[in-house]
Every structure is written in C-alpha cells, then in structure tokens.
Design a protein around this ligand. Structure first.
Ligand code: OVM
Length: 400
C-alpha cells in the first residue's frame, strides 16, 4: 500500500479538544486554509471541511462507508460499546430497508398530525417562561420542548425520560476519543442501556406512535421485530439531544443578533427559515464520520483502506466558497443547500420532524415575546459529537 507521505497535508489540530470546541469556527477557517483533505496526526484520521468535499464524501457511500461506525471507533478494527445502529452504521443494501421503514413512519401525513401537539406544548412553555421573565433558557424553555414532544411522538411513557439524555451522552460521546469523562459516563452503560432497551419493547409503547409504526412495519414483513426494536433505539438515541442543542443555539443566535430577532418578532412566519439558517450558522451537529472502504486518491491526498474520515459539516456551513458573508447570521438567507443535517443516503432521517420542532418553537416565541435579553454568559455543553448549550440565562419580555 504505497502512501505518498511526503505529499500528505498534516495538522496537529484536535477537533475534540476543549480549545477547538470553544471556538470551532475560527479553527475551521484555519483548517480550510490548509487544503481540502488534511491528516490529523493527534487521532490518525482524515478531515474534510470545505462544502464541496463534504458533499462529495457524504454522497459517495461506496468509498466512504458508514459500516465503519458513526464515531471515531473503527468497527473494521475494533468492537463498539453497543450493537451498531442498523440505520446509521450500515451500508446499502442492508441500510435501505431500515431507512424506508423510518421514512414511512415519518411521512408528511404523520408530521402534519404532530403539529397541533407541538404548538400546544411550545405555547405553554413560552407562556410560563414569560410569566417568570428571568429564566435559565436551556433548562426552563428549550430542553423541555423536545423532551416532551419527541417521546410523546414516539409513544413513550411520561416517566424517567431524562435517562434518554444520559444515553444520548453515551451515544454522542462515543463519536469522540476516549477521555476520563467518557469512561466515567460509560461506567453506567449497562444500567442505562437496559432502561433504553426496555423502552424499545413493543409493549412499552403506545399503539399510535412512531415506535408502534415500526412494529407495524415488522408485522407487514418489511422488517424483523428485532429490527423494529433497534430502530426505536435509533429514535431514542438521536432524537432529543440533537434538537435541544440546535434550538438552544438558534435561540442564542437570535438573542445575540437583536436585528434578526426583531425581524422574526415582527414576522413569525420567518421561523422556519430562521431555524434553517441557524442549522447552517451554529447547530448541534458539527461533525460526522465515514470510513474508507479502499485505498484511493481524493482531492489530492492518498487515502488508505479502512481509514476514518471526519466530515466537518459545521465548517461546510461557513465556507466562503458557497456562502456570502458566511459568519453573518441572516434569517432571510437562502439556505436550502446547507448540510447541517448531513446529506445523501444517511442524511438525517427525521430532519423534517426536527424542522417542524424548530419552526413551531420559534413561531410560538416570536408570536408572544417582544424582547430577548441575555442576562449572563452562556455556557457550552462540551459533549464530543454534539455542540450545544448547558446554560443560557435570559430575560424575556412579553409583547404588548
Ligand atoms: C442511531 C443513531 C445514533 C446517533 C446518531 C444518529 C445522527 C443515529 O442509533 O441510529 O444519527
């Protein structure tokens, strides 16, 4: 396997370090300046960070496989802490059956039926936040929204839903390297996985939710019942942290850009595009992984077989080659080519549900709130694999 190491572009950047994650966007710009494909010697992985190569990698599943695992762990070489996802961590043709079943339960009709419930919950949360005025926005307003509407939609009982967040920490923590923090979290893996496993059983789900829909697909012969259960697990893995973090970051972006908030407040119909722009500008999913299936040359670099490739979708969203003034948050921007949900066959399967959550949340806020004022510093939640806020202190003022 001849590798032209002399031509290899190497960097000591560590995208999982606290320093990088505290300010990823300036680091992305420095990475982009090094060229389209860079070897990160700290982790022995490749990284791509321009919009063009990010799209190429994400739409080339034959050479950039998902069977090597969704995180930094290379399943071609090591075992993961949990059974791989049967939709994220698998290639066609096996992937497609699972994907089709998920797409069917997340149909436009199913989403339409969710809207009224989402609106009720968002309206109540915004009302009670306005009542209080001074809030810790993550805890009081943002987190309770997905934590209510998502498990409701899946068909979960009301009890103990917070355990989903511990599990989410393990799932997304596994996207990054092993750290003492992560080992500590994983010490509870058996107990937490058992809880999640029990919640994925058919008998634990209401008969009308997304989970029941997957079991119905199994009854119809589209999946096995064991596969239906694992797809419910995918919902519980990827469905809450992602939207909590994206809504939180969008709320912060609006509070930090009073001119943009004023536009939204005066025209709540901008909510959907505002959330889409936030998904480009600053949102929960900054990075994904692929693993090469063979040795080949890509964008001037010689990749080897079974090498990990970090795909910085958050950097693609700031690439000046495709975005005018990429660092400006502009809720009226035409943003349809943003890749914050990924793209290609593994593009977020529930992205229309995530958009519905964002739209409904920010519409509810824009319809009722006049001012958003930050009352202290926001604090990042430094979980590898996701970007989000732990704290966002704010004062909300009601519309006259
Ligand atoms: C899954 C899964 C877990 C985490 C993320 C994800 C981004 C999927 O279990 O299928 O998609």
């Amino acid at each position: 396997m001849p590798i032209a190491t002399d031509r290899r572009v190497v960097s000591s950047f560590d995208p999982f370090s606290e320093e990088f994650r505290a300010d990823p966007f300036s680091h992305y710009a420095r990475l982009r300046a090094l060229g389209p494909v860079v070897w990160l010697e700290k982790h022995d992985i490749w990284v791509v960070h321009h919009h063009e190569q990010v799209k190429q990698v994400l739409t080339d599943w034959q050479r950039f496989s998902n069977a090597g695992g969704g995180g930094i762990t290379n399943y071609f070489k090591e075992k993961n802490w949990r059974q791989p996802s049967i939709i994220l961590e698998v290639d066609p043709p096996e992937h497609d059956r699972a994907r089709r079943a998920m797409m069917r339960v997340l149909s436009a009709t199913a989403l339409k039926a969710m809207r009224a419930g989402f609106e009720r919950v968002a309206g109540e949360l915004v009302e009670s936040a306005l009542e209080r005025g001074e809030i810790e926005a993550v805890e009081d307003l943002v987190r309770p929204f997905p934590m209510t509407v998502f498990p409701d939609a899946v068909g979960m009982p009301k009890l103990d839903r917070e355990i989903m967040l511990i599990y989410g920490g393990m799932v997304f923590g596994a996207f990054g390297p092993r750290t003492p923090w992560y080992e500590q979290l994983l010490s509870r893996a058996d107990e937490v996985s058992a809880w999640i496993d029990a919640r994925c059983e058919r008998g634990a789900l209401t008969p009308d939710g997304l989970g029941a829909g997957l079991y119905a697909a199994a009854d119809a012969g589209e999946l096995t019942h064991a596969e239906a259960k694992l797809l419910v697990r995918s919902f519980l893995s990827a469905g809450v942290d992602t939207t909590i973090d994206s809504i939180g970051l969008c709320l912060r972006a609006l509070a930090e850009h009073p001119d943009q908030w004023a536009l939204l407040r005066d025209d709540p119909a901008l909510a959907r595009n505002a959330f889409e722009e936030a998904t480009r500008y600053d949102s929960s999913s900054q990075s994904l992984f692929r693993t090469t299936t063979q040795a080949f040359e890509f964008a001037g670099q010689q990749l080897g077989k079974h090498e990990k490739v970090l795909v910085l979708i958050g950097s693609a969203g700031r690439d000046p080659a495709v975005w005018e003034e990429p660092d400006r948050f502009d809720i009226r921007r035409r943003v349809s080519h943003q890749v914050g949900y990924g793209t290609g066959i593994h593009g977020c399967v529930a992205q229309m549900m995530a958009r519905l959550e964002g739209e409904v949340f920010f519409r509810a806020l824009a319809a009722r709130a006049d001012r958003l004022d930050l009352t202290g510093p926001s604090v990042l939640r430094l979980v590898p694999g996701l970007r989000g806020l732990a704290q966002l202190p704010m004062k909300l003022t009601r519309k006259a």
